[in-house]
Design a protein around this ligand. Structure first.
Ligand SMILES: NC(=O)c1ccc[n+]([C@@H]2O[C@H](COP(=O)([O-])OP(=O)(O)OC[C@H]3O[C@@H](n4cnc5c(N)ncnc54)[C@H](O)[C@@H]3O)[C@@H](O)[C@H]2O)c1
Length: 340
């Protein structure tokens, strides 16, 4: 087991779910309530056999909504959760966002922790304290920044993760490499063969290193700029277009971010910020992790319309995050109508 920390949250890496109460003793004295992704609960039922106060939530992005927030609050009241209770979210990024948000508003805020069960949630979504839900098609438009007490990462959950969801995690890991680490980018290129499925990299030092590096990069940006006034914005690389794509098309978060990265690089290349060679290098690595890269079929005008709803837009302008080479990012303020 390895440990990392950021403000008040502790991240336990490569740990064992059966030791949760030993490793995080503070929950022993608390009434704990579990918000669990229904699929994860069924696939790992033996892990949860002794759990009480379980609230099951259907899988999928639609669950990240105010109507589910209200349903969960209702169940917490029925189960007599109080201000000293502790919420633990067990699932992918959807469950982490939802649990963090509910915990932050229930009785004006109660403590919470995450047990992420997808690669994307382990390496990105559970880290950094952003907890939001969607409204209609607008992603994460209602939310808070509030840290969990702990993030408990047990790789054994990944044994049941479908390969498509596994590969989705690489969109955010590749994003981390693009914005700040040429070394991580090389590492991803050199190990694509083993990282393409969990089966071929589990128990390897390379996989443990990959998770550690991705989390460390995210922490580095978050620690210095919790409320996203400055360099935390770089983590939004690929997300302006990615969120627009995710809200309009039936694509997963990882797939949308992959396409969002390609869009951002395409514009950066047009503006002479990024070379063609580097742009192609990023496209190739996304392809080698079987993520979508073909942006030719997307209607640019309708994506631009959606970008006006983005949290980062202001006075018809938006801060777009570009890379000028792999491992180096910058902010470019641009009129939304001039993007394409
Ligand atoms: N808060 C943040 O900083 C942040 C950062 C990145 C992404 N996100 C959010 O995270 C979400 C995407 O996360 P995700 O890709 O984990 O999606 P997800 O939570 O929808 O999980 C993807 C799928 O995997 C299934 N699943 C989860 N764990 C499993 C397991 N161990 N075995 C089998 N199936 C399993 C789920 O049921 C679901 O069908 C998006 O809503 C995105 O906006 C948030």
């Amino acid at each position: 087991m390895r440990q990392l920390s950021c403000d008040k949250e502790i991240i336990y890496l490569n740990t064992d779910f059966s030791k949760l109460h030993q490793i995080v003793p503070e929950i022993l004295e608390r009434d704990v309530f579990y918000i669990i992704d229904e699929s994860v609960y069924l696939l790992h039922s033996s892990k949860f056999s002794l759990f009480k106060n379980v609230i099951l939530v259907p899988p999928g992005e639609k669950t990240k909504s105010l109507s589910f927030v209200i349903k969960i609050v209702d169940q917490l009241l029925t189960l007599n959760a109080n201000r000293k209770s502790f919420l633990i979210g067990i699932g992918g990024g959807v469950i982490c966002d939802l649990t963090g948000f509910v915990s932050s508003i229930y009785m004006r805020g109660i403590d919470f922790g995450f047990i992420p069960t997808t690669l994307l949630a382990m390496t990105d979504a559970s880290i950094g304290g952003k907890n939001g839900v969607n409204l209609n098609t607008i992603k994460n438009i209602i939310g808070v920044i509030n840290d969990p007490k702990f993030i408990f990462i047990d790789y054994s959950f990944l044994n049941t993760l479908p390969n498509k969801d596994w590969l989705n995690g690489f969109a955010e890991i590749i994003k981390h490499a693009c914005i700040s680490s040429n070394n991580l980018f090389d590492f991803l290129e050199n190990n694509a063969n083993i990282f393409r499925s969990y089966d071929s990299c589990k128990n390897s030092l390379e996989f443990d290193q990959l998770v550690f590096d991705s989390i460390s990069i995210k922490l580095d940006f978050v620690k210095s700029d919790k409320t996203e006034l400055g360099r935390r914005k770089f983590l939004n690389f690929g997300h302006t277009f990615g969120h627009a794509i995710e809200s309009k098309y039936s694509l997963t978060h990882g797939e949308s971010i992959s396409l969002g990265i390609v869009f951002a690089n395409h514009i950066a290349n047009k503006l002479n910020i990024l070379s063609y060679k580097e742009m192609e290098k990023v496209k190739n690595i996304l392809s080698s992790y079987l993520l979508p890269v073909d942006i030719s079929a997307f209607n640019k005008e309708s994506l631009v319309d959606l970008i006006y709803n983005d949290k980062k837009s202001f006075n018809d302008k938006i801060d777009l995050i570009f890379i000028n080479k792999i491992g180096s990012s910058l902010i470019h303020n641009i009129k939304i109508k001039d993007i394409f």
